[in-house]
Design a protein around this ligand. Sequence first.
Ligand SMILES: Cc1cc2nc3c(=O)[nH]c(=O)nc-3n(C[C@H](O)[C@H](O)[C@H](O)COP(=O)(O)OP(=O)(O)OC[C@H]3O[C@@H](n4cnc5c(N)ncnc54)[C@H](O)[C@@H]3O)c2cc1C
Ligand code: SF4
Length: 480
Amino acid sequence: MGKITGFLEYQREDRDYEPVAERIHHWREFVLPLPVEDYVTQAARCMNCGVPYCMGTGSLAPASPGCPVNNQIPDWNDLVYNGNWDEAARNLHSTNNFPEVTGRVCPAPCEASCTLNIDDNPVTIKSIECAIADRAIAQGLKPEPPAACTGKKVAIVGSGPAGLACAQQLARAGHEVHVYERWAKAGGLLRYGIPDFKMEKHHVDRRVAQMEAEGVAFHYGAHVGVNVAAEKLVADYDAVVLAGGAEKPRDLPVPGRELKGIHFAMDFLPQQNRRVSGEKADDGEPILATGKHVVVIGGGDTGSDCIGTAFRQGALSVTNFEIMPEPPAHENKLLTWPDWPLKLRTSSSHEEGAERDFAVMTTKFSGENGAVKKLHCVRVDDKMKAIPGSKFEISADLVLLAMGFVHPVHEGMLKSLGLALDPRGNVNATTDDYRTSIDKIFAAGDMRRGQSLVVWAIREGRQAAQAVDKFLMGSTSLPR
Ligand SMILES: Cc1cc2nc3c(=O)[nH]c(=O)nc-3n(C[C@H](O)[C@H](O)[C@H](O)COP(=O)(O)OP(=O)(O)OC[C@H]3O[C@@H](n4cnc5c(N)ncnc54)[C@H](O)[C@@H]3O)c2cc1C
Ligand code: SF4
């Protein structure tokens, strides 16, 4: 514990944002780091609690308290307070392969579980994590190639955070690792879903370069089940890890859905991310919010990213509909702490000027000349039943569907392998050993657990790597 009275002496301070009027004119990250001495005082607020819920309990429940990768938060807070940033970085990397990523995009369940959050004043864990990672990276990210090779070959399908974490762990354990990715670059949703204003892509490029130096081979444009036979991977490798994400979007099958101008979020966001990076791709007619009235349906992270992107493209207005009722602005700590509470969350994109409306169901789209012009909506109660007399209409030239993802894409790889699925349509495998219904095939990340978070994908990638290493070698020294 850094300073015994730190939490009494120092108030919580966190990173600020560039003003809205400035940030909506560029695509760069807009979170302003704190001066280094402020991280030291913020770290001093950590009380090193007897039960540090922030570190996570190891529970598998999605709403379990604390950090899913079990970052050793009180330890690195103490190290930062004592100026030992190098050891803090070593400690942080022992549990998290990509802390500069989680330090930017994680919703920070650790902070919800912090004891000081009982008083709404949690330690700024995420910002301290980001500062430790950024500082270590500024000094040069060194590859950690294995001391010896095992002679075993592993194929990983998908280069999102789950595939990347799994690949890095397995390469460091001495296996020959090949990552197969259908897109032109690595990163999965880190690169093509999450906009640059939340996380610039050089963070992904840097890790990919580190992994290449550690021996990982990346095969791009390799769509397993389409232009690479899944069965061939199974035949050619000692183990195969499926980390292809949960890419099947939830649709809104109401009259008028076929009108032009209604798109899934993941048809819209990757186009912009490619535009920013200059990547050429055949991704169809450009979908742009410029000069349009935009409605985003879905109140989660994906919807929020559509809002921020639409504003930066020059939308005239952005309205965000959510079918669930508006959650309370403040949680009842006695009922929720240290778990992740249901409460109203306002993202930086919402703050950029979106109109938010809750408990709204869209029942129909109508248009002119084949293009969407209006949404026909009704207000619903907490059982999602239409409230009589509450119908209304809203004009829109662009509608973005961001209502989540139902499960992985079944056509192609999963069907051709004939893998068993769980009742939700995800690849069936438990977190005990990540093994699927077919010998030597493993699954991790959103492909196994369903749509989730980056930090859970990293956890699953690491744990699947440990399971694969044990399967290949009989024992493992990789951490779980
Ligand atoms: C728009 C958006 C914003 C988000 N924002 C956040 C956020 O701010 N914070 C957060 O924690 N989480 C966020 N999430 C969720 C998070 O991104 C995912 O939970 C996480 O990326 C899942 O990681 P993954 O590795 O399992 O899969 P993915 O990141 O989906 O990666 C899967 C990869 O597999 C590849 N692939 C799939 N099938 C094949 C195949 N057959 N052959 C070859 N390659 C294949 C895909 O091209 C992709 O690159 C967001 C999600 C979206 C959609
Ligand atoms: S990865 Fe997320 S939950 Fe874990 S310490 Fe970082 S911000 Fe907190």
